[in-house]
Design a protein around this ligand. Structure first.
Ligand code: BG6
Length: 370
């Protein structure tokens, strides 16, 4: 059942190393190449795809946002992400060369089901990324890539989210391999980075969980929390904010860090908590430097700056009131690690407020009405 944990959510957060490993398992042929056997769509069709549209709701839509960064980088295929309920009702441009990717843990979210039907009526091919074998969305799609997170009971999604992100990477790498573009050499490197992720999630849960719990208890009276991130850190920020709303009923918003100066900075005053997802210090220097200056900007206005950063990061301690370190990985894979402290924060803060973390008020695990 709960495996000795106080809640299903706590258990499912700890299931994440296995969920990621299981979603990666069995995806390789004897030649070492990626094989997505349930894909069921002709290779020639996949080669001629000229646009990808990811549709989903809630947390699954943030997995889609991460997919956009990865797929566009690896495959050079224009990729849009849209909330399924918006996509369905705005007459989107979808053709036979569009590949629609529908992400859903339950496979029963009616908004997403309707969007899948609409896409197929326009002649698009649809791939489902789904955690529930034989559910409506995979049944109504052309192909499927199952996430192997195991049953997720807590309403707020955790392990399903990480395995959706993994499935999106696999899809992107598979398309890159199939289309034989210049990122082919990167595929093996990224796959071995992916293999190392479960161990790194364990490190976070073993090394940082207590620090986050203590921090959450100290901040249980917080009224509003802002989350900032850039590049793949942006969907992580939005997911962190969603978790906090869902579980702790605290007003929370995720922003693209670059957008701060265009409006949200007006919200910052003395004591405002701002959680900032800092990109890797290696590699994309300009990105890192810009997020660091965002920390200084909010600090200068009195914010309580809380930072998620990679181990080895040297630039944040002097500005942050609290830093949660996560192990290093490549830029595009970082959401698999940076999200974990935010899940734990939301859960522990809700627990400190004596709320039901598995069954938050007004929410359902699977919303089967439009
Ligand atoms: C919501 C759930 O209503 O549906 C979220 O509360 C979830 O946690 C969203 O992310 C989408 O669900 P699914 O099953 O389509 O991934």
């Amino acid at each position: 059942e709960k495996g000795g944990f106080p809640s299903f959510m706590d258990k499912e957060i700890h299931d994440q190393p296995k969920a990621v490993a299981d979603t990666l398992r069995g995806r390789f042929g004897l030649d070492g190449r990626l094989q997505l056997s349930e894909m069921n769509i002709d290779e020639s069709i996949l080669k001629s795809v000229d646009k990808i549209v990811v549709i989903a709701c809630g947390t699954a839509a943030y997995a889609g946002q991460v997919a956009k960064y990865a797929i566009e980088h690896w495959c050079r295929i224009p990729t849009e992400v849209e909330l399924a309920h918006e996509f369905r009702y705005r007459d989107p441009v979808v053709t036979e060369k569009t590949l629609v990717v529908a992400i859903s843990q339950s496979g029963e979210t009616m908004d997403t089901v309707m969007a899948v039907r609409h896409a197929r009526e326009q002649g698009a091919k649809v791939i489902a990324i789904c955690n529930t074998f034989g559910s409506t969305i995979p049944r109504e799609s052309d192909g499927v890539l199952y996430t192997h997170a195991g049953p997720e009971i807590a309403v707020a999604s955790t392990k399903a989210f990480l395995s959706q992100v993994v499935a999106c990477y696999l899809l992107g790498l598979y398309l890159a391999q199939l289309r034989g573009n210049k990122y082919n050499d990167e595929i093996q490197v990224i796959l071995s980075e992916l293999e190392a992720i479960p161990g790194k999630i364990e490190q976070i849960l073993e090394g940082t969980k207590q620090q986050i719990t203590d921090f959450a208890i100290r901040h249980k009276h917080e009224q509003s929390v802002l989350f900032l991130g850039r590049h793949v850190g942006y969907p992580v920020a939005m997911e962190g904010a969603l978790k906090l709303k869902e579980l702790a009923y605290i007003h929370a918003e995720g922003f693209a860090a670059g957008e701060l100066k265009h409006g949200p900075i007006a919200l910052i005053d003395e004591g405002q908590m701002v959680i900032i997802v800092v990109p890797s210090q290696r590699g994309r220097d300009s990105l890192h430097a810009k997020v660091l200056s965002n920390i200084q900007e909010v600090r200068a206005r009195g914010a309580n700056a809380v930072v998620i950063a990679e181990e080895g990061e040297t630039g944040v301690e002097e500005f942050a009131s609290e830093v949660f370190y996560v192990p290093e990985t490549t830029t595009l894979l970082a959401p698999l690690l940076a999200t974990v402290p935010l899940q734990v924060f939301a859960m522990e803060l809700a627990t400190a407020k004596d709320l039901d973390v598995d069954q938050p008020r007004n929410l359902a695990k699977s919303v089967t009405v439009e």
